[in-house]
Design a binder for this molecule. Structure first.
Ligand code: IMP
Length: 216
């Protein structure tokens, strides 16, 4: 299990290389819910990093209004915190997609379940993702949104897994680089469970060996 802050060297030292103690919240000492082994990123670590990402996005978009395109369902928490941390004027759009293919990995063949409500041509767009794994879904989304002729198109993800580094997509803002483990919480689910946890946690062995969900 490993985790490191993304592009910001300044915050790298403040993030533990390993998660908290098994079975309890590392800050509050409260027992973790059944199915969660340990906390990998606390509420505070996530909020601090989102503040840093927001400052970088502000710096890159001085004077521009931006459109945040959040990919449902997982990114709903990231976008809610990010939009509050930004000083830049930002509108929020949601898109929901589902990927066809093998149950545990995305195939890159994507179907739109919910499209944007507004035209993004000529707008400065930032895609907001919860996690990039193979990057196949995101590659498809970038192609799809580019065809709508935005003035600019960039990507911000809270979490990135090692596989994603191989994907040919330029992710400008990364919150934390993770190991390959399956994580839940802060919008991320395991068969629709655990999305509401305010931290990012690791599943325990029993839950993990039951199989991972394919739904977004
Ligand atoms: P990709 O196309 O392989 O990058 O798929 C990314 C999507 O897979 C994310 O938006 C999540 O819905 C899901 N996903 C990948 N890894 C995890 C994980 O560790 N926990 C929960 N969902 C994950």
């Amino acid at each position: 299990m490993s985790v490191a802050a993304g592009t910001q060297a300044a915050s790298r030292d403040s993030v533990p290389r390993h998660g908290g103690p098994a079975g309890m919240h590392p800050v509050t000492g409260v027992p973790l819910p059944e199915g969660i082994d340990r906390v990998l990123l606390t509420e505070q670590q996530i909020q601090t990093r989102i503040g840093e990402l927001a400052a970088e996005i502000d710096a890159a978009h001085q004077g521009h209004e931006i459109v945040l395109v959040a990919v449902l369902k997982g990114a709903f928490m990231v976008v809610a915190d990010l939009v509050r941390a930004l000083r830049t004027q930002a509108s929020v759009e949601f898109m929901a997609v589902s990927s066809y293919g093998a149950a545990r990995s995305s195939s890159g063949v994507v179907r739109i379940i919910k499209d944007l409500d507004r035209d993004i041509s000529g707008r400065h767009v930032v895609i907001v993702e919860d996690i990039v794994d193979s990057g196949l879904t995101l590659s498809w989304l970038v192609r799809n949104l580019k065809a709508r002729r935005p003035a600019s198109l960039e990507i911000c993800t809270l979490l990135r897994k090692p596989e994603a580094v191989k994907a040919p997509i330029p992710v400008r803002w990364v919150g934390f680089e993770l190991g390959p483990e399956f994580v839940v919480g802060y919008g991320l689910d395991y068969a629709e469970h655990f999305r509401g946890l305010p931290y990012v946690g690791l599943l325990d062995d029993a839950a993990d060996s039951a199989g991972r969900p394919s739904s977004r």
